[in-house]
Design a protein around this ligand. Structure first.
Ligand code: TMP
Length: 257
């Protein structure tokens, strides 16, 4: 059957090449998302779950509505980053509340963290009280490896282990600071301090580095500018209560709903 006929039959979304954009074989299930193949070999569908974990999976729970909020918040911010800052991202099209068509990438196994205000593991490691503004943004890399507990590494490890080339790492760092500059200003206009965040990058089939994974209350620390109330996953990690309300507040402040 031709792709166009298939499309009509399934009422699925078709891309410009006539491929049916429906979930096919599941490729991967992570802690917060599932990834599916599509009929287009260069495109995947990401499906966001309500499942939440912390401390490398030791703590497990559900945050009702999280999948949909993270999907929409992440797409909203990534689209802006692409349009306004020229940062290439994996987002192609939001298909529904929980699912997004994305470019196929192979994930660079790095968690790139930028911190504007001390919190979390930086406060613990360096004895800097949470809430202390950093004089300049701090860039950290962690090696994505659950068995090792995602250890922090530096440029030298990354080059020596062949995780990325010098050129790729320069691109990753430059994009990450662009994300920070944009996101910090944008969140400020929504009455939120961007304390820190974690992002991930992928390589496309033609070897380009693009922003992948997600930017959401799961992967950022967002504090209300006036009350300093935590509006992110720390409410789950630290059993603070009001988790769903915090995620909904972020959705409301960014997308107005
Ligand atoms: P940390 O202070 O615990 O190192 O976290 C730094 C940032 O990274 C914070 O915004 C939360 C985010 N993060 C993730 O997205 N995934 C993780 O697994 C961890 C530990 C942190």
């Amino acid at each position: 059957m031709k792709a166009a006929d298939l499309c009509r039959k399934t009422a699925g979304y078709c891309n410009e090449k006539g491929y049916v954009m429906e979930k096919r074989e599941q490729l991967y299930e992570g802690k917060a998302k599932k990834v599916y193949k599509t009929d287009d070999p260069e495109l995947y569908i990401v499906s966001y779950k309500d499942d939440a974990t912390a401390f490398n999976g030791l703590k497990k729970g559900t945050i009702e509505g999280k999948g949909s909020i993270n999907n929409r918040v992440s797409n909203f911010l990534m689209k802006k980053l692409e349009e306004k800052e020229g940062v290439p991202t994996h987002v192609v099209k939001e298909l529904n509340d929980r699912e997004t068509l994305v470019k196929k990438v192979s994930i660079v196994p790095l968690e790139v963290i930028i911190r504007n205000i001390a919190a979390g593991s930086l406060s613990k490691r360096l004895g800097i009280p949470e809430g202390t503004p950093m004089k300049t943004p701090v860039l950290e890399y962690c090696y994505k490896d659950d068995a090792l507990g995602d250890p922090m590494i530096n440029d030298y490890h990354i080059l020596a282990m062949g995780i990325a080339t010098r050129e790729e790492l320069d691109t990753i760092a430059a994009y990450s600071f662009k994300v920070n500059d944009f996101l910090r200003d944008y969140m400020k206009s929504a009455g939120i301090d961007l304390v820190d965040f974690k992002i991930e990058f992928g390589r496309t089939s033609d070897g380009k580095i693009i922003l992948a994974d997600e930017i959401s209350p799961d992967t950022c620390r967002f504090w209300d500018i006036n009350t300093h109330e935590k509006l992110d996953k720390d409410r789950f990690r630290r059993d603070l209560g009001g988790v769903e309300d915090a995620y909904n507040e972020i959705l409301k402040r960014l997308l107005g709903e």
